[in-house]
Design a protein around this ligand. Structure first.
Ligand SMILES: *Cc1c(COP(=O)(O)O)cnc(C)c1O
Length: 378
């Protein structure tokens, strides 16, 4: 059976990217590789909409988050984190380890932090050295208004603006420079159509200055090391050579499609996916939906284990489960990265078949029809 991956990381990898990575390995000091890395550094600036360096770390996205917190802050530094789900919670866990001074703002799952609330926090904590945000909270499929939040932080404080863009970069409109963001992180296995293994971190000028002045608390996951090497289009340690080569291929695809078109495509796929779910009588979870992943309440009487088994075993489809309190309550359909309109028909069609198999009542074809109409009009 054909395997069909609809999870928000790892995401499907295009054949040309896999083929580039299958070529015999080359040495990382070889001019051929240096040329590729230089081009990757340049093209990452295009992706993040920045003129500032974007460093390539050999680790998953979380490694980029850890490098950020450990390189920018020292013991005692106060950092505000917004916890609106699993990944915002991770910011807080990292801050507590590296500075021991975390102001954590909890937000109900499925909602994003409101600017008025962030303004209150900034007022109450004028000594905060940074604010950690999540652009697309993958556990809840919820997008935050980073443009507005970043402008607010810039206006009201000197705190650095740190953005986990791991499922937002390549799905949501994002402008690192114009929005005044200081750090933005993504991971290779999300919107970049790559296997897991790389974290990409964009670093603003003022963040670079702070990092330079900081004593190092990490050796391997150090932005100080990474930035120094980046200035010579190099990496401090042996990079994940095959992944960097694959990333070069993926970035060529991204440039060929055009970043604005990619944002629009994700918005349109997300919209169609939501309409398909609605038409099947399923309720959506988020009140500020991400364009990367659509979380859906499991209909009453539908057990996650049976639904998932029917999706996987009879249809080859893997979607993501809910996390924490929402395990067995919601499921999440990803449309991040290498997806097109027919993929949305496939996943909604597969969901129809799985629901049918477990005897959930609905009108066959209602979801698929809604997806068709979303793309083709009535
Ligand atoms: C996937 C993800 C992470 C963690 O990335 P890993 O690659 O699993 O380390 C962090 N934040 C968000 C929003 C994510 O989607």
């Amino acid at each position: 059976m054909k395997k069909r991956l609809f999870t928000p990381g790892p995401t499907p990898v295009p054949e040309n990217v896999m083929l580039r990575m299958a070529a015999p390995i080359i040495h990382h000091r070889n001019p051929e590789f240096m040329e590729i890395l230089t081009r990757v550094h340049e093209d990452l600036k295009y992706l993040f909409r920045t003129t500032q360096p974007v460093v390539v770390l050999s680790c998953s996205g979380t490694g980029g988050m850890e490098a950020t917190i450990s390189s920018l802050f020292k013991q005692g530094d106060k950092v505000i984190t917004v916890n609106a789900g699993k990944f915002g919670e991770r910011w807080g866990e990292l801050v507590r380890i590296f500075t021991g001074n975390c102001v954590e703002e909890k937000v109900t799952w499925g909602s994003a932090i409101q600017p008025e609330r962030l303004a209150e926090l900034l007022k109450a904590h004028p000594d905060a050295k940074g604010v950690c945000l999540t652009h697309s909270e993958t556990s809840t499929g919820t997008a935050a208004d980073i443009q507005t939040l970043s402008a607010l932080i810039r206006e009201q404080s000197d705190a650095l603006v740190l953005v986990d863009g791991i499922t937002a970069v390549g799905a949501h409109e994002f402008h690192f420079d114009d929005w005044g963001v200081d750090i933005c992180i993504t991971g290779s296995q999300k919107g970049l159509m790559m296997p897991p293994g790389l974290a990409l971190v964009a670093v603003s000028e003022r963040a670079q200055d702070i990092i330079k002045g900081q004593s190092m608390t990490q050796y391997y996951l150090s932005l100080k090391h990474a930035l120094k090497a980046h200035a010579g289009d190099d990496t401090p340690f042996t990079p994940a050579v095959s992944l960097v080569i694959g990333l070069d291929e993926a970035l060529q695809m991204i440039k060929a499609e055009g970043i604005e078109h990619i944002w629009k495509r994700h918005e349109s796929l997300a919209d169609a996916c939501r309409q398909g779910c609605n038409a099947l009588g399923m309720k959506l979870f988020s009140n500020s939906p991400s364009f990367a992943v659509t979380p859906v309440w499991l209909p009453e009487g539908v057990k996650w284990s049976a639904f998932n088994k029917a999706l996987k075993n009879s249809n080859g489809i893997t979607v993501a489960a809910g996390q924490d309190d929402y395990k067995d309550k919601i499921f999440r359909i990803s449309h991040l990265g290498f997806y097109d309109e027919l993929d949305m028909l496939t996943v909604i069609g597969g969901i129809e078949r799985a629901l049918k198999e477990i005897n959930f009542p609905f009108e066959i074809g209602a979801g698929v029809s809604a997806v068709q109409k979303a793309f083709l009009g009535n």
